[in-house]
Design a protein around this ligand. Sequence first.
Ligand SMILES: Cc1ncc(COP(=O)(O)O)c(C=O)c1O
Length: 330
Amino acid sequence: MALDYPRRLSLAQTPTPLQYLERASERWGCGHRLWVKRDDLTGCTLSGNKVRKLEFITAHALDNGYDTLITCGGVQSNHCRATALAGAQLGLGVHLLLRGEAPAQAEGNLLLDQLAGAQVDFYPARGFSSELPARFAHWQAHYAARGRRALAVPTGGSDGLGVWGYIAACEELREDFRAAQIERAHIVHASGSGGTQAGLGAGVLLHELPATVWGVNVCDDEQYFLDKVAADVADLCRRYPQVGTLAVAPNVLDGYVGAGYAVAGAEIFQLIAELARLEGLVLDPVYTGKAFAGMLAEIRAGRFEGTRDIVFVHTGGIFGLFAQRGGFDH
Ligand SMILES: Cc1ncc(COP(=O)(O)O)c(C=O)c1O
């Protein structure tokens, strides 16, 4: 029976290609076939995994009389940039609450936030998460007092609404698998706020996709993501009873955060450069570079033995690369 989706807008260029990485498979596959789901190609500036979530989030906003989106993230947040551009495209106001200090010069995602006309406020990193609920409430009240209505979009667009983006992506992947004659696969991706992982986990079940999903966390730890995915799936089931009860058991590949969120070691920059030369595929140092490195380490350790195909979801993030160009100085 067809799944009853909430309404969505058409923002992402989908279906994205599933691309076979011939030379990377030879170099790093240890007998596996490596594929990449090109969700970095969901658009140009409005690109990456967040666009899939925003299709549902923006439809919800418009259907419920919101005229403004408030969301949050790091100074180089891909989610904030995608929200700023989607909002501008739809005529919605966008207000970004960013963690950290204003740089002397805006670049990468922040430059695009500003070009898209988003209001940007910077807050100290210390205590940022704990103070977020009060800040969202403050700004929602601010807009309400001016006769406007602002939707609070959580970090990464990750909640029971945003997860629909990757539930829908699983429907696309089912068709990709059929076309590529993939009978069973491991799916690997970067996890930052848990919504992509929750969506893929739910989507695999709802669309009976023959796959096991592995999130490589780029911040926090395994327990954080087990809890966060469970919370997002619970929110999904509560808000959308048509999905029934979903027993999503997330797999987290912990151990690849390195020195911290958005801090990548020389080996990550080396891998990014090597893959770019080898396959013309460009990763970023915050999310996809660490996740790809984690996937290769797990392949070497034999984690995926017994299954030929591995699908890496390229979730985007290219603009974060420019903000860290100094990492290539070696
Ligand atoms: C490029 C990129 N990849 C992966 C992720 C992780 O996705 P999620 O926040 O849904 O876990 C993000 C955002 O956090 C991202 O910007």
